[in-house]
Design a protein around this ligand. Structure first.
Ligand code: PRP
Ligand code: URA
Length: 207
């Protein structure tokens, strides 16, 4: 599949396997999700442009490199919040926007209930984060919203994606790259990812 980056790293897979386990409680789940999100940043940001910057070491002046553009992190509420701290640990200068989107449990259609974005988001590199890409409805709605806000450079970062969700993002926003730690088999008739990890929001927040 084009425009999908599967981050198949042994340390991430070890943590993801523990996270999927139904006996993992919300405290441990939060810790693992935070750690995986931080590790994923390394791959997700690999092609970001850098700009030369002169630095004085204790011995010499030299030219280092720093990220060229500011970064905005946009978690899709609620479950995206579970990845935010892990990403922020690696990108501490990032600003944060929030998009509140939930799936109607019957229709599975996304319902947007909150949005607050930094005013200059259009001139930043945007990471849209949500652990689950299931039907793709929430992710696709969130990308549309960010495009309306002028965002031109964004990546969708999730933990577990379904083939159906990936197809939805490709169909609606083919230029947006998806980064995921796993591509699972399919959706069940309630829109849950199989084998998946259950309801990410409920597992993070203990609801
Ligand atoms: C979950 C998840 C995604 C969405 C994915 O959120 O965090 O946002 O479902 O499903 P989709 O790809 O079919 O749209 P949920 O709607 O459960 O809301 P919550 O995070 O508030 O629990
Ligand atoms: N949202 C979740 O939290 N889990 C799924 O499997 C699908 C959507």
């Amino acid at each position: 599949m084009t425009n999908v980056n599967l981050i198949d790293h042994p340390v991430i897979q070890t943590k993801l396997t523990e996270l999927r386990d139904f006996t993992t409680d919300h405290r441990k789940f939060r810790t693992l999700l935070d750690e995986i999100a931080g590790l994923m940043v390394y791959e997700v940001t690999r092609d970001w442009p850098t700009t030369p910057k002169i630095v004085q070491t204790p011995l010499e002046r030299m030219t280092g490199r720093v990220l060229s553009r500011p970064v905005t992190l946009v978690p899709i509420l609620r479950a995206g919040l579970g990845m935010a701290d892990g990403v922020l640990k690696m990108l501490p200068d990032a600003r944060m926007g929030h998009l509140g989107v939930y799936r109607n449990e019957q229709s599975l259609e996304p319902v947007t209930y909150y949005q607050k974005l930094p005013p200059d988001i259009a001139s930043t590199e945007v990471l849209l984060i949500d652990p689950m890409l299931a039907t793709g409805g929430s992710g696709s709605a969130a990308v549309s919203f960010l495009k309306k806000a002028g965002v031109t450079s964004m990546k969708f970062v999730c933990l577990v994606a379904s083939p159906e969700g990936i197809q939805t993002i490709h169909r609606t926003h083919p230029e947006v790259p998806i980064y995921t730690a796993a591509i699972d088999r399919e959706l069940n008739n309630k829109g849950y990812i199989l084998p998946g990890l259950g309801d990410a929001g409920d597992r993070i927040f203990g609801t």
